[in-house]
Ligand binder design. Structure first.
Ligand code: MG
Ligand code: MG
Length: 271
């Protein structure tokens, strides 16, 4: 699973370009969050994202990726990831996961959020909270000199500690840099202390997906949209991050992760 020798280590200059791409993604997702409301279509959101990325002089790494036809993935309710934007109108009470990436001078960033459309139940709010927090626990477990599955274990441990959620195993995080998807895979589960050693200049996307039910998924006939087999609703959060001598830098967070990492007692490169 881990191909340690092929992991790309970035220079500070390359990380700076990834941070530029990450800020474009962060801005885009922030903009999309503010536009999510009943009646808006997933296609509307896609157009907003495309325009913002273009306006910042960046390009989309999703558009055309293995033939993917849009700038964002928009996955509603029982859709876990990779939903294709279109004419579906959002309804009060829906959950929508928005996944977005950008490229600046050949360097990639990738992040995702799940947003409630109007009002949703406390159980669904909790689903989102647990998913996002598990991602942050993963970053907090990442140390230079540690091992990759320290992240995996922290994500899984947090999810398991919070209730009976389905922790999806079919899709995992990944290395990122001069391409969107690179070695190593970053599972959201497993024992700590395994896999490649974490070093300065490594960049990873951590992206837990959890459901209210099963971990089993299917892909729809559009060959992209991943849904839960039991129809249960799901959440997905993702950030791209890197490790530096000064601490972690969350490339796709507007503040570099400073506030959240401080809350977890972990140094942030921007703090
Ligand atoms: Mg990703
Ligand atoms: Mg993504």
């Amino acid at each position: 699973m881990f191909r340690e020798r092929s992991i790309e280590i970035k220079t500070p200059e390359q990380i700076a370009l990834m941070r530029e791409a990450g800020l474009v993604v962060a801005e885009t997702l922030s903009l999309l969050r503010s536009e999510v409301k009943p009646g808006v279509t997933t296609g509307d959101l896609d157009a907003i994202a495309a325009e913002h990325i273009r306006s910042r002089g960046a390009t989309s790494n999703f558009l055309g990726y293995h033939g993917f036809p849009a700038t964002i993935c928009a996955s509603v309710n029982n859709q876990v990831v990779h939903g294709i934007p279109g004419d579906r109108g959002l309804q009060d009470g829906d959950l929508i996961s928005l996944d977005c990436g950008a490229v600046v001078e050949g360097w990639h960033a990738d992040a995702a959020i799940t947003v409630a459309v109007g009002g949703v139940s406390e159980a669904l709010q909790e689903l989102m909270r647990v998913c996002e927090e598990s991602m942050w626990r993963g970053f907090a477990a990442a140390r230079v000199g540690g091992r990759l599955t320290d992240i995996s274990h922290a994500v899984e441990s947090y999810v398991r500690s919070q209730g009976h959620y389905g922790l999806v195993e079919d899709y995992v995080g990944h290395g990122i840099g001069s391409a969107m998807h690179m070695p190593p895979s970053v599972p959201n589960f497993g024992r700590p202390g395994k896999g490649p050693r974490l070093v300065s200049g490594m960049a990873l996307a951590v992206e837990p997906m959890i459901t209210m039910g099963t971990i089993e998924t299917d892909v729809l006939d559009d060959e992209w949209t991943v849904v839960t087999q039991d129809g249960s609703w799901s959440a997905h959060f993702e950030h791209s991050f890197t490790l530096t001598a000064e601490g972690a830098l969350i490339l796709t967070a507007l503040d570099g992760g400073a506030v959240k990492l401080a809350g977890l007692g972990v140094p942030c490169a921007l703090a």
